[in-house]
Design a protein around this ligand. Structure first.
Ligand code: GLN
Length: 476
């Protein structure tokens, strides 16, 4: 069998029809990982556990018992998601010896659904980055061109799906970390409405922006995975009961923000956007120009709020808790020295930059000028979307201004790296759901660089994104 040839439901049907065993599927998954090990998509493999989950499923099938839709399905988790008994490094040296002692809520839901977790994927340190070059475990390479980045911060998860090792992987999106690597690798990535998926057991980057979501081959599979992980959780007070509101209109109206179609977009990306819009028009959708006037402030707002939350969240990594960096404590004489040495040796350059920025914008004298002001602008950005959604049902944009860039191309220029998230960041500031969908089916080895489009929905309206996305993918 070849994992890539299946969708989640055809995998389930074939498994139930005994075309292959769950164990064979897991073995196949590891063969694919081994074949692509140069891509560096995984930090930890969990083979024994995956095989034992598969064996249980095979026993059930042999006894003719019903198995759940996700039973025996090989899946991967980003390394900032806690899986009990396994390392959760979040791509950082400071956590490289830390093992999770409990399962996060999403992980628990996935385990309960019978899915087989095959490993933990590589990522930018603490989810900070857009290229996966900030990982303490080395960069992840793009399966379409190994000289290019996978995107980040959930690069390993995107690659695990694009390279055919798994049918679904999970990541976290704080400013684009699911949608952007999905776009660079040509797979589907969903960032759910803030609060629809529990963050309990996710190593926090910026808590008011972080959200877990799936990477899949298709929108139909993304919908299945969203339903598997969403829901209110008493362990995360920001979650809510998701009421699936169904759209009653025959054809949804799609808004195109004039501020997003700017000169800086690569002509290769623009061409793909035009083609996609034509397909959607043929499917009966109408387009309407809208304005999101505060878009130009989104990046600066994000780079105040996000580092402020990062500096707070990362304060707990002090060399006392969560293990530290080996051997440091041997020659320290004070607690302060322990903190300084551990954090100095354990955090990479980008993490340090953001902790410093965050500490600065929260410091007395600067709090009102930066942090409080950024919160006000965040509200304005959110209002822009509310106003636009009075006229349109969903919003269409590119995911990134360019396709995957070369490894090393932007490492010395943080600002140009930050700019690659210009179309994804406003969504997190407003807490909206958005999906990144390949403009066509991208086959690894064809030499073509993927380009995805983004659909942004109203709060709680993932259904609208799935509806349009499924129609689109069935017609290309
Ligand atoms: N690339 C963005 C950043 O570096 C977004 C990261 C994310 O979504 N986790 O902050």
């Amino acid at each position: 069998m070849n994992i890539e040839d299946f969708s989640i439901s055809s995998f389930h049907n074939a498994l139930c029809a005994k075309e292959f065993s769950a164990r064979e599927a897991i073995e196949e998954s590891y063969k694919t990982i081994e074949k692509n090990k140069d891509l560096n998509a995984f930090i930890t493999l969990t083979k024994e556990e995956a095989i034992s989950v598969a064996a249980d499923i095979d026993v059930k099938i042999a006894k003719k018992e019903d198995i759940p839709l996700l039973g025996g399905l090989p899946i991967a988790l980003k390394d900032n998601m806690l899986l009990s008994g396994f390392r959760a490094s979040a791509g950082s040296k400071i956590l490289s010896e830390y093992k999770a002692v409990y399962d996060g809520t999403v992980v628990k839901k996935l385990k309960d659904s019978g899915a087989a977790i095959i490993g933990k994927t590589n990522m930018d340190e603490f989810a900070m980055g857009s290229s996966n070059e900030n990982s303490a475990f080395g960069p992840v390479k793009n399966p379409h061109d190994s000289e290019r980045v996978s995107g980040g911060s959930s690069g390993g998860s995107a690659v695990s799906v694009a390279s055919g090792a798994v049918l679904a992987a999970f990541g976290s999106d704080t400013g684009g970390s699911i949608r952007q690597p999905a776009a660079f690798c040509g797979v589907v990535g969903l960032k759910p409405t803030y609060g629809s998926v529990s963050r309990f057991g996710l190593i926090a980057m910026a808590s008011s922006l972080d959200q877990i979501g799936p990477f899949t081959k298709s929108v139909a599979d993304s919908e299945i995975m969203f339903h598997a992980i969403q829901g209110k959780d008493k362990l995360d007070a920001t979650t809510f009961e998701h009421k699936t509101e169904c759209n009653k209109k025959e054809h949804l109206v799609i808004g195109v923000p004039k501020e997003y179609f700017i000169d800086g977009i690569d002509p290769y990306v623009s061409r793909h956007m035009e083609k996609t819009m034509n397909v959607l028009k043929k499917l009966g959708y109408s387009f309407k120009e809208i304005s999101l006037p505060h878009t130009k402030y989104a990046l600066s707002t994000y780079y105040i709020i996000m580092p402020a939350e990062v500096s707070t969240n990362l304060a707990r990594f002090d060399g006392v808790r969560y293990l530290g960096v080996s051997n440091i404590e041997k020659d320290v004489r004070s607690l302060k020295e322990l903190y300084i040495k551990t954090r100095g040796a354990g955090f990479g350059g980008e993490a340090r930059r953001r902790v410093l920025l965050g500490t600065f914008v929260l410091s007395s004298g600067y709090y009102d000028a930066y942090y409080a002001k950024a919160q006000k602008v965040r509200a304005l950005i959110s209002n822009d979307f509310d106003n636009a959604f009075k006229d349109v049902d969903v919003i269409f944009t590119p995911v990134t201004p360019t396709p995957a860039f070369k490894i090393g191309e932007k490492t010395n220029d943080p600002l140009s790296m930050y700019l690659s998230d210009i179309f994804t960041i406003p969504v997190n500031l407003a807490g909206l759901p958005a999906i990144s969908i390949p403009t066509k089916k991208y086959v690894v080895g064809s030499g073509e660089l993927p380009v995805n489009f983004q659909l942004i929905g109203k709060h709680y309206r993932e259904t609208d994104l799935f509806e349009i996305g499924k129609k689109y993918e069935n017609n290309i």
